[in-house]
Write a protein that binds this ligand. Structure first.
Ligand code: IPE
Ligand code: IPE
Ligand code: MG
Length: 242
């Protein structure tokens, strides 16, 4: 889809994936606890959903908690989970305003049961919306996702539902948490770090990567537009020659 942004026409990436990083440093700079940064960061997620929808982005996928983030202090992990409890409930109301379908990817088995119930309710109550497809990666890790997909796939082969020579890249994709989503076109990481940190490692194979020093709680629509401008300056070759 093409769209005019501030007087110029741009191709809007269909799927944008974001690594929302820098909450802790943002709080530290203000001599506040890390969880204060997460709280501010959560508010920014709400705003960016609206902005993404307005810009015509169809899929927005954000990294909220990785399979590695359990290594953090109990205090921080508890703080993030409590924030999430509120966020998942509030999200139902905002989804109806933004015509937003919300889904969660990642391994739910390690989450508290009340959180899993909230996720199920959010997914169920927003499934009729067709505007923005908003996905939250929660207790998500790319390697863990491939591991879980492999377990399911091997089971289906054993049960005769799938034969070995049917296994192509599309089949593998269909076993991932992102089964019915297109691959991201653009990946944004805030806070100056330039690594994937186990995010969507299969799906990001051909995405364009945009890095910014802005810390996540300071991220605005202007930064999102800057990423889209950067994306438009790239020539996507997918291994061919242009
Ligand atoms: C990202 O911010 C949020 C989560 C990983 C939950 P960080 O908490 O990683 O912030 P920094 O990187 O320590 O500044
Ligand atoms: C990635 O950020 C995970 C999320 C944003 C949820 P981290 O801050 O955890 O990643 P590393 O530790 O810097 O690689
Ligand atoms: Mg970080």
């Amino acid at each position: 889809m093409r769209k005019i942004i501030d007087g110029e026409e741009y191709e809007i990436p269909q799927h944008v994936a974001i690594i929302m990083d820098g909450n802790g440093r943002w709080a530290k700079k203000r001599l506040m606890p890390r969880n204060f940064g997460h709280k501010e960061g959560a508010k920014v997620v709400e705003q960016i959903c609206e902005d993404a929808h307005e810009l015509g982005i169809k899929y927005l996928t954000v990294y909220a908690f990785s399979t590695e983030n359990w290594k953090r202090s109990v205090e921080e992990v508890t703080g993030i989970m409590n924030l999430l409890r509120r966020y998942l409930v509030d999200c139902i109301e905002r989804a109806s305003k933004n015509d937003m379908r919300v889904r969660v990817i990642g391994d739910r088995t390690a989450l508290d049961t009340d959180i899993v119930e909230k996720i199920n309710e959010l997914e169920e109550k927003t499934k009729q919306y067709t505007g923005l497809n908003f996905t939250i990666a929660l207790n998500y890790g790319g390697r863990d996702e491939i591991r879980r997909a492999t377990v399911k796939l091997v089971r289906d082969v054993k049960e005769g539902k799938l034969s070995e020579d049917e296994i192509d890249e599309n089949i593998i994709s269909s076993y991932l948490d992102t089964a019915d989503m297109p691959d991201p076109d653009l990946m944004i990481r805030t806070s100056g770090e330039q690594r994937l940190s186990n995010y969507l490692i299969w799906q990001l194979a051909y995405a364009e990567y945009y890095y910014t020093d802005v810390l996540w709680p300071d991220f605005t629509i202007e930064d999102l537009k800057a990423a889209i401008r950067y994306y438009n300056g790239r020539e996507r070759r997918f291994g061919g020659v242009k």
